[in-house]
Design a protein around this ligand. Structure first.
Ligand SMILES: Cc1ncc(COP(=O)(O)O)c(C=O)c1O
Length: 466
């Protein structure tokens, strides 16, 4: 497969030992690098850029029509059937779309006051439902050391459906965990819960760029809502993308209206545009949406099947190589299908220290702590935290000590990740293990619990000075 160009892949970063190294971005789950073609698309658009919702002058027409093209093109690139699905953009990333759906569905079906939330969710696909639903029920995750630990417990889901039956409105699940990279069987869950007329909301923030939509051709297996955002798909901008079954989207009560969402307004009344245009009041993230459509077209032309194969191969290679690091714990049953992300701890070294050393001494970007998925991380770490030996820790340092152990290191991958990047990570972790005593002496812990290098603290203005 020909890998397209990405911006920033060759950036040299300074290291704490006085040398430099090419940036190795293993933090794609937060935001991957931007596609060069997206950067070019933005540069080509800007000379004609104007606001949308108007055809009064040529630039307005170019921008408005490009925006309308983008809306249709995203559905096409992802293979969503246009007779079945519509697309609306939401403000700040996927989070805005989850809030929109939570408010809308709660009001649409008040006779169904229960929402199911998978125990694997990012807070953005959890808290909006807690805030809006009368009652939320968590679907448990299988815990270590059981087989399939880290995956959703589908037997429990079935018995909870039987218990709550027609009181359940919808279930919020992800298609790929941002913590473990474990895949969720979306088709199977749709088939099961649709029997109870329960809607399925899929958080596809992680899976869209690396697996594509993977939508079943059987209608009872297709999700009702599919959400992701631009910045997770190689587009350095964050329109939230809400793809929904037309019939449900058009019935959802509205919460935000204003200019751009209405046909006629008088002081007595107003008439809304049809769905999905009535969903999008205000000036949208014009440039971000057009750049995202361009990115998805590039990915779709490459073929999501090959992209999925590539990302599964990289994840498998990473699992195999990381397993060779002495005293490593990789979270989630190693036999489960995964892509894009792997979380681990090494020996009893704090996750924050490992992440800081990887950045300062190796130019490797990873993330650490709980990745906005505290309940899931807790269920994976519970037994380890239980086993912590706290006898020698002074009482006044106990809380800080436990907080430093509550978390993991996450390496996450993208199209540009190579086997050499993984080998470099593994080699770096092995060096850290050998030199941990000396390395540790170079750090202090600040009041937020972050590890700060004592002498290497480059300022952002050395790199970028607007
Ligand atoms: C699985 C998952 N869901 C939702 C979000 C939130 O997405 P956004 O930042 O686009 O609102 C993230 C971000 O990390 C995520 O990983």
């Amino acid at each position: 497969m020909n890998i397209p160009e990405f911006v920033g892949i060759d950036t040299e970063l300074p290291l704490a030992n006085g040398k430099t190294h090419r940036r190795v971005h293993l933090d794609a789950a937060a935001s991957p690098l931007g596609l060069k073609s997206s950067q070019d698309c933005i540069a080509e658009l800007l000379p004609f850029y104007a606001n949308t919702h108007s055809k009064a002058h040529l630039s307005a027409r170019i921008t408005t029509e490009a925006y309308t093209w983008a809306q249709g093109s995203i559905l096409e690139s992802l293979g969503f059937e246009k007779t079945l699905y519509d697309l609306a953009f939401a403000g700040s990333g996927s989070t805005a779309a989850f809030n929109r759906i939570a408010r809308g569905l709660t009001k649409l079906r008040p006779e169904r006051p229960v929402t199911f939330i998978s125990g694997m969710e990012h807070h953005s696909n959890d808290l909006p439902h807690r805030l809006n639903s009368q009652k939320t029920v968590f679907i448990p995750v299988i815990e270590p050391p059981n087989e399939n630990n880290g995956a959703l417990d589908l037997d429990q889901l079935e018995s909870l459906l039987e218990e709550h039956k027609e009181r359940v409105n919808y279930i919020a699940i992800n298609s790929l965990s941002n913590v473990t990279g474990i895949k969720t069987p979306v088709d199977e869950i749709c088939r099961l819960v649709h029997k109870y007329d329960v809607y399925v909301l899929v958080d596809a923030a992680q899976s869209t760029s690396c697996l594509g939509p993977e939508i079943s051709v059987n209608e009872d297996e297709t999700p009702d809502f599919w959400v992701f955002s631009g910045h997770k798909v190689y587009t350095p901008s964050s329109p939230g993308v809400l793809i929904a079954k037309k019939t449900i989207l058009s019935a959802l009560p509205l919460f935000d209206i204003g200019g751009g969402s209405v046909k006629q307004v008088s002081t007595e009344s107003f008439e809304l545009l049809d769905s999905p245009y009535k969903e999008q009041a205000g000036t949208p993230n014009i440039v971000g949406v057009i750049a995202l459509a361009n990115t998805l077209k590039v990915l779709s032309d490459m073929g999501f099947k090959s992209i999925a194969q590539h990302s599964q191969e990289i994840a498998e290679y990473a699992m195999k190589r990381l397993a060779t690091v002495p005293e490593i714990s990789v979270y989630g049953d190693l036999a489960l299908p995964r892509a894009a992300a792997i979380s681990f701890n090494i020996a009893d070294i704090d996750h924050g220290l490992v992440a800081a050393i990887l950045s300062d001494y190796y130019a490797i970007a990873v993330r650490n702590a709980c990745f906005c998925a505290h309940p899931y991380v807790r269920s994976l770490l519970k037994s380890e935290l239980w086993d912590l030996d706290l006898d020698d820790i002074p009482k006044d340092q106990l809380e800080n000590y436990i907080n430093r152990k509550r978390g993991m290191v996450r390496a996450s991958f993208a199209l540009y990740t190579t086997q050499e990047d993984i080998d470099y990570l593994v080699k770096s972790l092995e060096c850290i293990m050998i030199n941990i005593k000396d390395l540790n002496d170079n750090y202090k812990v600040n009041s937020d619990g972050d590890y700060i290098h004592k002498s290497f603290t480059p300022s952002w203005r050395e790199f970028f000075n607007p």
